[in-house]
Design a protein around this ligand. Sequence first.
Ligand code: FMN
Length: 367
Amino acid sequence: MSALFIPLEVGGLRLRNRIVIAPMCQYSAEDGSMTDWHVIHLGHLALSGAALLTIEATSVRPEGRISYGDTGLWSDANEEAMARVLATVRRWSDMPIAIQLGHAGRKASTEKPWFGGKQIAPGEPNGWQTVAPSPIPFLEGENPPTELDRAGLDRIRDAFADSARRAARLDLAAVQLHGAHGYLLHQFLSPLSNRRTDEYGGSLENRMRFPLEVFDAVRAAFPADRPVTMRVSATDWVDGGWDIEQTIEFAKALQARGCAAIHVSSGGTDPRQKIPVGPNYQVPLARAVKQAVDIPVVAVGLITGFEQAEAIVGTGDADVVALARGMLYDPRWPWHAAAELGAHVTPPPQYLRSAPHQYRDLFKCGE
Ligand SMILES: Cc1cc2nc3c(=O)[nH]c(=O)nc-3n(C[C@H](O)[C@H](O)[C@H](O)COP(=O)(O)O)c2cc1C
């Protein structure tokens, strides 16, 4: 039996295998509202045979978008647009759909990546004033963010809870909080981006305070029988930054508050980062977190091979693997993994006749 295809329960949600689709920004929304692109994008990924589809980083407030094309979930219009997309996707796929909720903090207000991705200054078209724990820009020479005051912190925490309530109304299966890649929650965690002198800066306990308050608010706002998880960057890859030891303390604190899983990524806070990119490069970080907590841990990052993924789960480095780029490149990756590993997937009935001759047992309906 392939370890990659053994079902798993995460906070009340049944995953039919250990392959999940990582959140991927599409920069194709309008005023935060999903468009037809999202029907195509999410629609084809929902036929992939993965256990869970995670909607891209979706901002809880307009100024929290990475770019003007990001999805959001702060308004009724955003919610209605997402409901329309979900209705179409769900008509043809029963794959559970989760959402990543986030706020980009000082890394907001940028151009779409395919137009260069540079920061857009406030006052320029599609630009706005960013906010952050401390008034330090991500890149030298960028417009600095405004330091969040008490009212600003409350506003963002409440916006996370509001978006979680909208996600619940949309019947989304899980909420993943974006605590990674140098965005707002990670900006609070890392001493490189958080220089506050109040109770939200300084000690590890203080730097964890706002992300944990956001977690508590979202956990309280989202139905108790559906999971809330956290994506973390386990290290900044910069001396003196956020690191694996602090990540483990954060993961333990999250577990104690009812977090259902930890998704382990890395980097994104500081342009000086030196990342040893290669297959499995973040797996040792996932393993370290897994050894410290009892909740499921997700590994991600250049996991592209079927045997590679099988080994990560089979040896217990992580409970689940997440794929991003590999899934865009080959949206039937889980089918191909099942074929290679002697497991089964459930295709849409329209595609039942597509199994290659040598994999005649690949399709099992109702798995
Ligand atoms: C097009 C694209 C968009 C992404 N958007 C997000 C996002 O919205 N939220 C997030 O946490 N990570 C995002 N990522 C990072 C991926 O989720 C993933 O962690 C990273 O690509 C490494 O996994 P991979 O090697 O399987 O691609 C994005 C990556 C890509 C390629």
